[in-house]
Structures are given as structure tokens and as C-alpha cells.
Write a protein that binds this ligand. Sequence first.
Ligand code: MN
Length: 141
Amino acid sequence: MSGVRRFAPDAAGDYRWQAVEVLRYKDEGTAPFRDITRQVLFAPPDQASELRYFEIAPGGHSTLERHEHTHAVLILRGRGTVRLGDEIHAIAERDLVTVDPLTWHQFHAAADSALGFLCLVSKERDRPQLPTPEEAARLQR
Ligand code: MN
């Protein structure tokens, strides 16, 4: 639907898109993550992609995962780091992160800053793969 939705802090100081339901990042217990919310901003039936907004609270992180589908991630708020394969990059507002197929990736908010980002993803996507304990140990060393 046509319209303008504001991106503004709530009473707790967390940024939210107005009039968009705040969802859990993933179903409980499916994968390790910490302190993330999700809002689906744009997913009309004529589009093959969805635009989502994720916000990771200070010190929180997304799941370490990989999959065939790609991501484009635009950092909208705060700062932190992203793992892309074997590399860790510092990220902050207005940075664009792109993730290629089957590239391990994980977002961390800084200890003293939330990390909020837009994520463009295909509606038809494969399920994320999680690392084996050995892969996790190698990546997180
Ligand atoms: Mn992913």
C-alpha cells in the first residue's frame, strides 16, 4: 500500500518502523542468536524479494550461517561488525554489505551500540545451514 512510515525511537529508545509488527528474528530454539527483532517492511505479491529491518541490541548477534541465497544489507543505525567468510569487517551507518552464496556470515552489534539494518532477500530462498562444531571453532577462533 502506498504510504510513508516513520522510523523513530520508541519509549525504550529502540528504533522501530511505525505501523509494522515487531517479530522475533527466528523461531525460538532453531539457531543460536541474541537480542534481535525483525520487521517485514515490504513484501507485496508482485515482488520476488522482501525488504526487512533487523535491529540487534548492544552486544547481541545474528546466527552464524550460510545459504545459497544472497543478501544485500544496508546499515541504517549504529555500528558493529560483520563476518564474511574468514574476514571480520567493522560496519556503521550507510555501509552496504553484500553476501554471496554459501558465504558464512554473522552480524554483531558493538557492546555500546545497537546495529540496525535493512536486508533485501528473495522470497524463495533455501534454508540457512549452520556450522558444524568444527567449522564454528575454526571460524570463531
Ligand atoms: Mn543469512
